[in-house]
Design a protein around this ligand. Structure first.
Ligand code: ATP
Ligand code: MG
Length: 573
């Protein structure tokens, strides 16, 4: 590709609307342009990245034995209504009416359509296992589209679905996809962490996410530096070992809890300030309705409830926070003053760490009143004590009890054992060996194609611009002709451009009539892994300067060694 024939509108200024590094650089490098909220055009350099990622994904999915399909993105609304997911997705679903006034939606994901397709076209266990995938646009009216192409309302996903006759088959299909995902992210050059992920409160099935660590990531996960265990905070279990410290108060163990007046102090911070204590000495009481029953969840004031874990400990399919009426009914006090002492008619579920606080402060179930000097084991008796709080930094690892680190991550992929969730609902069954009808055991597997590009920019960019891993760079090599007005330089540039192309390299020739300084700047901004400079060195002694974007390394190379040298560099990157 010649720069003069492409459309790479680089910008000197930092666009005002962009906060994230990847957003700024992809706009400045002319990879993307915004059309509307969460909707972007990909220009030639940007689309090359998307195509390269898609090609890697396709190769690895094919290698893993998956077959590619292309399913419609435009659906009659019934598809989501019949599966009950119109409600689940809610306002995320983009809806429209067609000319016959029929309700339609733009597909946010494809479980329903693929399950119905297999239901209607596969009949026997002999046709299994089957894994189908597609690379296709999804539409989600995200609450907060942001950070450029990291979270958009229209994005390209690789989604795959496996169909098996039984749980062993699912395990194999899942492992095949897991392996393919590792190869995909390796080839894309990403540093990733595989974290255990939430698969729904009562689901016994497995789910893992592929995360790229980044401070701007929307997900949080804990990772143990000692044994490597990692889990999304939505799921993360906390070790019960010595790392989970007890908190002791400074009061004398007295006769019992005492009431103190805390007018208007409802939040943990307000009460802590009012009573001159620390949040970790307080017991926070949150009321929920679990499968119709009231439940009080206790966590330390400096902790948060993890509702997924709470639902599991309670054994509830559905867990929703209680509303103000429910809280007043159960506690007899307005919201903000609930506490476990003397609380009846409700199951009390305490986090383990609550039981280790002494001389604690908690709500008195009375307006504007709290209790001090509370001793958990003495003053109230929980129905259950378990791990129900969200993990925080330095919490002990559930496997080895070493302190775990808490990090932000960008979710680039997700593998999920679905079981019969969709096949059951949609009546997707096959005939087993004995001629009985059985629902397919399914798995689903997603990768965000655009998000991989943004995550790569986010993690590898430096102060000069993007630094692409060679596998997904818009071009592997940029040949910079420093003065197109000089025939010797223009000819030599053209020659090496053609040679390198012929040698299988993906090359961009910067043949613009522009100053050398802006060519260097633009090449660095675009982040091509290797630059070949055709300038003074060539005029002097026929040599080409080769520069490595990532390390800044440079050396003079003779024309006949150029292709070999660049292949070596790319190999090493
Ligand atoms: P998130 O929690 O980030 O919203 P999700 O759990 O909704 O993601 P999935 O439904 O599992 O995502 O989709 C599979 C993959 O598609 C994700 O791992 C992610 O890489 C990508 N993805 C999801 N939503 C978006 C989006 N709005 N913009 C870009 N990529 C997305
Ligand atoms: Mg989402």
């Amino acid at each position: 590709m010649r720069w003069s024939r492409s459309l790479i509108p680089t910008l000197k200024e930092v666009p005002a609307e962009a906060e994230a590094k990847s957003h700024v650089l992809m706009l400045r490098g002319g990879l993307i342009r915004k059309l509307g909220s969460g909707v972007y055009s990909y220009l030639p350099a940007g689309f090359r990245v998307i195509r390269k990622i898609s090609a890697i994904v396709r190769e690895e999915m094919d290698r893993a034995g998956a077959a590619e399909v292309l399913l419609p993105a435009l659906w009659p609304a019934e598809v989501l209504e019949e599966s009950g997911r119109m409600e689940v997705f809610g306002a995320d679903v983009i809806r429209f009416r067609d000319r016959h006034n029929r309700q339609g939606v733009l597909a946010p994901t494809h479980e329903e359509v693929i399950t119905a397709l297999v239901r209607d076209n596969v009949t026997s266990y002999k046709q299994l296992p089957l894994t189908l995938y597609q690379i296709q646009t999804k539409f989600r009216d995200e609450v907060r589209p942001r950070f450029g192409v990291l979270r958009t309302r229209e994005f390209v996903m690789k989604d795959a679905y496996s169909f098996d006759a039984g749980p062993d088959g699912l395990k194999k299909s899942y492992e095949a996809m897991y392996g393919a995902y590792c190869r995909i992210f390796d080839r894309c050059g990403l540093d990733y962490v595989v974290v255990e992920a939430e698969s729904g409160a009562m689901g016994g099935s497995r789910s893992q996410e592929f995360m790229v660590r980044s401070d701007i990531g929307d997900d949080k996960y804990v990772q143990c530096p000692s044994c490597g265990h990692a889990a999304n905070v939505e799921k993360a279990a906390i070790g019960a070992g010595p790392g989970e410290k007890s908190v002791e108060g400074d009061g004398e163990p007295g006769g019992g809890p005492g009431e103190v007046s805390t007018p208007g102090a409802r939040t943990i911070d307000e009460v802590a300030a009012c009573l001159d204590t620390e949040p970790n000495r307080m017991i926070k009481t949150l009321l929920y309705v679990a499968d119709g029953r009231p439940v009080a969840a206790l966590v330390r004031g400096d902790h948060d409830v993890n509702e997924n874990k709470l639902a599991r400990v309670v054994g509830a399919d559905e867990l929703v926070p209680g509303d103000a009426d429910m809280i007043e009914n159960v506690t007899g006090a307005p919201v903000g003053f609930a506490g476990p002492v003397g609380l009846s008619g409700v199951d009390i579920i305490a986090d383990r760490s609550v039981m280790q606080v002494t001389d604690a402060v908690t709500g008195a179930n009375k307006a504007d009143t709290h209790l001090t000097g509370v001793e958990p084991a003495r003053d109230f008796r929980p129905e259950k004590i378990g791990d129900i709080r969200a993990a925080v930094d330095s919490d002990p690892c559930p496997r080895c009890n070493q302190p775990m680190g808490l990090h932000h991550g960008i979710e680039v992929g997700h593998v999920f054992q679905l079981g019969t969730k969709y096949s059951g609902r949609l009546g997707a069954e096959f005939l087993d060996e004995s001629g009985r009808r059985r629902p397919y055991i399914m798995g689903c597997y997603g990768i965000g194609i655009n998000r991989i590009a943004a995550a790569a920019v986010e993690t590898f960019a430096d102060e000069h611009g993007m630094v692409w891993p060679p596998g997904i760079a818009p071009h592997q090599v940029a040949v910079l002709c420093l003065n197109t007005a000089k025939p010797a330089l223009a000819d030599a540039s053209q020659r090496v451009y053609e040679q390198l192309l012929a040698d299988g390299l993906d090359v961009l020739l910067d043949d613009r009539d522009a100053r050398p300084g802006s060519k260097f700047k633009d090449a660095d901004l675009l982040g091509f892994p290797v630059k070949v400079i055709v300038g003074r060195g060539y005029e002097k002694n026929g040599m080409f300067e080769v520069q490595v974007r990532k390390s800044g390394e440079q050396k003079d190379v003779a024309e006949d060694e150029l292709a070999g040298e660049i292949h070596n560099i790319i190999e090493r990157l």
